[in-house]
Design a protein around this ligand. Structure first.
Ligand SMILES: *Cc1c(COP(=O)(O)O)cnc(C)c1O
Length: 380
């Protein structure tokens, strides 16, 4: 089945008891058993729920994997992957990560004796320098947040395989519409479903998609034991959101392209970070592993300090100043004080997250209104 058909149908069949075309919201915590252990595959909703199961099948189909697991947030999904590790294990990861990932690695899992290496992976071969007998996991995000670096997934996957190390890819920024890490060799695909998959800024959710049965069983054990699983109402909202994922992504990419080009030549703008530019350092890799370049763009306000940058960020009418991304509405964010505030200033600036950097999540509104809004804000 092709992507658009999967987005609308995968995991969903008319409800056997009523014929309802939409998967019902099975708002139940527990399930009747005819005699102890004699049930229809559902015992207790922390572990299994029919609405969530339909969503998990749909998510797996979108990433071309066998298994999908939905979590109550993206961070809960990341947390579950980290719980595969033991004290003494080492992880190699990027140096330009989602702030919450950096925080859970350094403030939670480092305390349990897990060692993290934060490496600039724009050259994927640098992974090799950090691999030793204790390396158990490589965790990458591409495009990176917020400076839109591109990491060559297939190249990292080849090194991971050769060294028998698991590779997990946070595919939130690209969405499964633009990029499928499993097909490039990743073992685990992670999503903050909150973003493009949900798509309407009304649900917080995460997911893991994977093929390996043994790994799935280990992750399901963590999922059921730790219990960060989403409820049926949220599962329904995401199933509904995914039905338009392909339509939304097309519009995000079109608007994104127009805005990136507009910013690139604007006199008040310094750097523009967007993988669709031919002079982006890893444009060729982006072209190879992504189907288009998406609606995430970061840029610096030329010669601006914190004060001027705040003024620009606060003067939009259509873009809302808010954390998060991937919804139908356009958002603007100041990474240094919002999404990336938990990263120490020096580490953050090394990764390009300077005080004059702004990040746009370009929505699917009319492009003329978005361009006018940017033009007005940048006049300040
Ligand atoms: C938002 C986000 C997360 C965390 O997901 P939540 O759903 O907010 O817990 C992880 N990675 C990336 C790239 C994100 O944008």
């Amino acid at each position: 089945m092709k992507f658009a058909t999967k987005a609308i149908h995968a995991g969903q069949e008319p409800d056997p008891s009523t014929g309802a075309v939409m998967t019902p919201i099975y708002q139940t915590s527990t399930y009747w058993q005819k005699s102890p252990g004699e049930h229809q595959g559902f015992e207790y909703s922390r572990g299994t729920n029919p609405t969530r199961r339909a969503l998990e099948s749909c998510l797996a189909a979108l990433e071309n994997t066998t298994y999908g697991l939905a979590f109550s947030s993206g961070m809960a999904a990341t947390d579950a992957v980290m719980k595969l590790l033991r004290a003494g294990d080492e992880v190699i990861t990027g140096n330009d990560l989602y702030g919450g990932s950096y925080r859970i690695f350094t403030k939670i899992f480092a305390q349990y004796g897990i060692k993290f290496h934060f490496v600039d992976l724009s050259d994927p071969h640098r992974v090799q320098d950090y691999i030793n007998d204790n390396t158990k996991l490589i965790w990458i995000e591409t495009p990176t947040n917020p400076t839109m670096q591109i990491i060559d997934i297939a190249a990292v996957a080849a090194i991971a395989k050769a060294n028998k190390v698991l590779l997990a890819v946070d595919n939130t920024f690209a969405s499964p519409y633009l990029q499928n890490p499993k097909d490039l060799g990743a073992d685990i695909v992670m999503h903050s479903v909150t973003k493009y998959l949900g798509g309407h800024s009304d649900v917080v959710m995460g997911a893991l998609m994977l093929d390996d049965e043994d790994l799935y069983k280990r992750l399901w054990f963590i999922y059921n034991s730790c219990g960060a699983t989403p409820g049926p109402m949220d599962s329904f909202l995401v199933l509904r959101g995914i039905k338009t994922l392909h339509l939304r992504m097309k519009a995000h990419c079109e608007n994104g392209r127009r805005i990136a080009q507009f910013l690139k030549t604007h006199p008040q703008v310094g750097k523009v970070y967007w993988p669709g530019f031919e002079d982006h350092p890893n444009h060729e890799v982006a072209k190879k592993q992504m189907r288009d370049f998406g609606g995430m763009i970061s840029f610096t306000v030329k010669d601006a300090g914190l004060e001027k940058t705040f003024k620009v960020a606060s003067s939009f009418k259509v873009f809302s100043l808010a954390e998060s991304l991937g919804g139908v509405e356009s958002l603007i964010n100041h990474p240094a004080t919002m999404t990336h505030a938990s990263i120490p200033k020096e580490t953050r600036e090394q990764a390009g997250v300077t005080d004059n950097l702004l990040r746009l999540s370009v929505g699917v509104e009319d492009i003329d209104d978005l361009l006018e809004d940017l033009e007005t804000a940048l006049k300040l």
